[in-house]
Design a protein around this ligand. Structure first.
Ligand code: URA
Length: 260
């Protein structure tokens, strides 16, 4: 039988499985599939009368996320609640839950999109190339995620805490499930300002995309003053956008006042 997969898709799927830890592609013993029972065949006789099966209680992943997130009263509790949340398929393919990095006392909270390969391996947000650029951008206005001083530090998280396969875009249902956790995360950190890095962060915080038009304009997200900015990964791909990114950093600097 011919495979429906293109060679490129098959290769990408294999690479993904290897990344997930698969070490073998075939079993030790051959399997004669002609001898396996035909699962599609209908049973000849109806099964003996059994007790009626109670309908499964409908679960609403977003309502469950809201209840779970709302019950978390500390950041540690929120992290544990996220780890125990089973409705998001991404958690099964990820190596690590990527919760946050930086200083929870910081005046500035940055919200990115989702972990990539390096973040998934390390369990910390923004540690790959985009993260290194983000650190340089912040340093240019006197901010550093490693600082203990709330005035100079930042706190960083993502809309999704798990890496999407092959870094694909987060899906609307995944964003909807994670939004209550993100809103609670912001409420517990209670920063003075939020930076929404890129379209996914804008979708989760503002309910809309369009970063080219949104960037640079102060707005409100999760009940907090917020500045949408280009995502550092976008800036890496489009060096011409550095000018606007710099203008937005200066706007943040100005908003924070004299003290870096
Ligand atoms: N991009 C993001 O949005 N977040 C990360 O943590 C890394 C890359």
């Amino acid at each position: 039988m011919e495979s429906a997969l293109t060679p490129e898709a098959a290769l990408a799927s294999l690479a993904w499985q290897i990344e997930l830890g698969a070490t073998e592609a075939i079993g030790d013993a051959p399997l004669n599939r002609y001898e396996l029972p035909d699962r599609s065949a209908k049973p000849a006789t109806p099964p003996a009368e059994t007790a009626p099966i109670a309908p499964l209680a409908e679960t609403d992943p977003v309502a469950e996320a809201e209840a779970a997130a709302g019950a978390a009263t500390t950041l540690d509790a929120l992290r544990e609640t996220l780890a125990a949340y089973t409705h998001c398929e991404l958690s099964r393919g990820a190596r690590n839950l990527v919760f946050a990095d930086g200083n929870p006392q910081a005046r500035v909270m940055i919200i990115g999109e989702a972990p990539g390969r390096e973040e998934d391996l390390e369990g910390r947000p923004f540690v790959g190339r985009a993260g290194q650029l983000l650190d340089r951008m912040l340093a240019a206005i006197g901010l550093d995620r490693r600082s203990d001083d709330p005035v100079c530090s930042v706190y960083i998280t993502n809309v999704l805490p798990w890496r999407p396969p092959q870094n694909r875009d987060p899906q609307p249902d995944e964003i909807a499930m994670m939004r209550p956790f993100l809103a609670r995360h912001v409420a517990l950190v209670a920063p003075e300002v939020l930076i929404l890095m890129g379209n996914i962060s804008c979708e989760a915080g503002l309910g809309r995309r369009g970063i080219t038009r949104l960037r640079g304009h102060w707005t409100e997200a999760h009940g907090t003053p917020a500045l949408p900015m280009f995502h550092p990964a976008y800036i890496l791909r489009n060096p011409a956008s550095k000018r606007e990114a710099w203008a937005d950093l200066l706007s943040l600097r100005e908003r924070l006042g004299d003290h870096p």
